[in-house]
Design a protein around this ligand. Structure first.
Ligand code: ARG
Ligand code: ZN
Length: 466
């Protein structure tokens, strides 16, 4: 008897580290409702984002040696717990974490794939703000997206092209990396003297000492993690202020400067034209980063300051600028709604052509509609791309834009532009869903539009012409 009691006692004592391990996530059930989910619940990217908290602000301090490609980083996150948290996740792929604190107290952590699992010493209480600090270092590199493109921190010959859509933010900072969660950002970027580090928002200061230059950037409007950048290179910088008081900062790789100059000159007038159509430009800062990054193959609407892998043409500038309203200010709630970004930015291109001496949107529509039914353009519906490989495919861009054109024909120009402006205004700095958009269109126009949206967004084959 006695003996077995002792044994049981021992067993209980021995179980303590096991329990601690369970708390660290090594297995075993944790108390329900106290562990933050490893993902935000998006079926396309199940581990992007996390549950249990919202990040109000990121303060990222990075030092990047463009020679050795080594990065030293500290990320301080100001978060709000939406549930009690004995444990929570951040998204981080690669890099090595050297320390984590929660409320300035060292926390236990472990890595599990793209998850950084943090167990604070004291549970975080629901509804409370808390501070997370992560120190990390290593040689960052991109992840490969389901569609085969590089995404995240992409080294170049003179720095790095840093673009995070849809899942690359986690390659360079620990994040709640789903567009459901938007935050303000401070960036302190230190790079070898002679290189320029460009992030979002406004440049607060630039100081050089001992062969290193530190750039401090601030984006104070809410921003999805994938829209953050810290692009580094040898850049020519031009600064100006538009008649509307928007601060423009362009950073251009000298190899792209000649081709980029005439297009970048148009940025203020493009933003003014889009403001007329879509409502006030959502930000105080604007600009462009034109890198020379032949290994990338796309551009990104990084908030306030789109990022191009080579000198853009005017059409591309119009597209990325339109995303500042549609995609950046009004963000996705789920990746399947991606046409709300890409269809809208593509339709902005058509409108620009129409109003600047090019083809009418109707003519563009007609030419595309003539594409045979077995063309890849009709391979899947834009409102339901079906999987993570399809989100940047032609149906999303082209048939997404065609959907807006059909809406415009159904409700007339006056209501169509009212709908676009109301969409941008009602969801400014926030989020939207396809269902909310179609409801808004019906409210503004007073028309039933369910058949139109169903046909253009959700039927699996080429729609019959209206
Ligand atoms: N949103 C970008 C555009 O303006 C496309 C990004 C593509 N990203 C990728 N990883 N393939 O169209
Ligand atoms: Zn786009």
């Amino acid at each position: 008897m006695r003996r077995s009691t002792t044994l049981r006692r021992r067993a209980v004592l021995a179980a303590v580290p096991v329990a601690a391990a369970a708390l660290l996530g090594a297995g075993g059930p944790a108390a329900p409702g106290t562990v933050g989910a490893p993902g935000a619940g998006d079926p396309y990217f199940p581990l992007s984002g996390n549950g249990g908290y919202h990040v109000r602000h990121y303060d990222l301090s990075l030092r990047y040696d463009t020679g050795s490609r080594h990065l030293d980083g500290t990320a301080v996150l100001s978060a709000d717990a939406t549930q009690p948290l004995t444990r929570f996740d951040l998204d981080l792929e690669g890099m090595s974490v050297t320390g984590v604190t929660v409320e300035r107290t060292p926390a236990a952590f472990r890595r599990e794939g793209q998850e950084l699992v943090v167990t604070p010493r004291h549970a975080v209480r629901a509804g409370h703000p808390f501070r997370i600090a992560v120190a990390y270092q290593g040689t960052p590199g991109p992840v490969t997206d389901p569609d085969g493109s590089p995404d995240g921190w992409i080294p170049t010959d003179d720095g790095a092209f840093v673009a995070g859509e849809p899942q690359g933010a986690m390659t360079w900072f620990p994040a709640d990396a789903h567009p459901k969660d938007k935050s303000s950002y401070d960036f302190t970027l230190t790079v070898p003297q002679g290189r320029t580090a460009v992030a979002n928002g406004v440049l607060l200061s630039q100081r050089t000492a001992h062969g290193w230059t530190t750039f401090r950037w601030r984006e104070s409007r809410p921003m999805a993690a994938y829209l953050a950048t810290a692009t580094i290179g040898t850049f020519q910088v031009q600064r100006s202020t538009t008649p509307d008081g928007i601060q423009v900062y362009n950073a251009v790789d000298p190899r792209e400067a000649r081709a980029a100059a005439p297009v970048l000159k148009q940025l203020p007038s493009v933003l003014a034209w889009e403001s007329k159509l879509f409502g006030p430009y959502p930000y105080r800062a604007a600009g462009a980063i034109v890198d020379h990054a032949p290994n990338v193959g796309y551009e990104l609407e990084t908030q306030t300051r789109p990022l191009y892998d080579s000198a853009p043409d005017l059409r591309t500038l119009v597209h990325e600028s339109a995303h500042q309203w549609f995609g950046d200010s009004v963000s996705l709630t789920a990746w399947k709604d991606i046409w709300l970004n890409e269809g809208f930015a593509t339709y902005a291109e058509w409108l620009y052509a129409e109003q600047h001496g090019g083809d009418s949107a109707q003519k563009t529509f007609d030419a595309l509609y003539a594409t045979p039914a077995d063309n890849a353009m009709w391979a899947y519906p834009p409102g339901d791309p079906g999987n993570d490989r399809n989100i940047f495919g032609t149906p999303v861009y082209t048939r997404g834009a065609m959907t807006l054109h059909e809406l415009r024909r159904a409700v007339g120009d006056r209501d169509f532009f009212r709908i676009l402006r109301a969409w941008a205004a009602d969801h400014r700095d926030g989020h939207g869903t396809t269902a909310q958009f179609t409801k808004l269109a019906e409210q503004v126009s007073g028309k039933r539009l369910d058949t139109l949206f169903h046909t253009w967004l959700f039927t699996k084959t080429k729609p019959n012409s209206a």
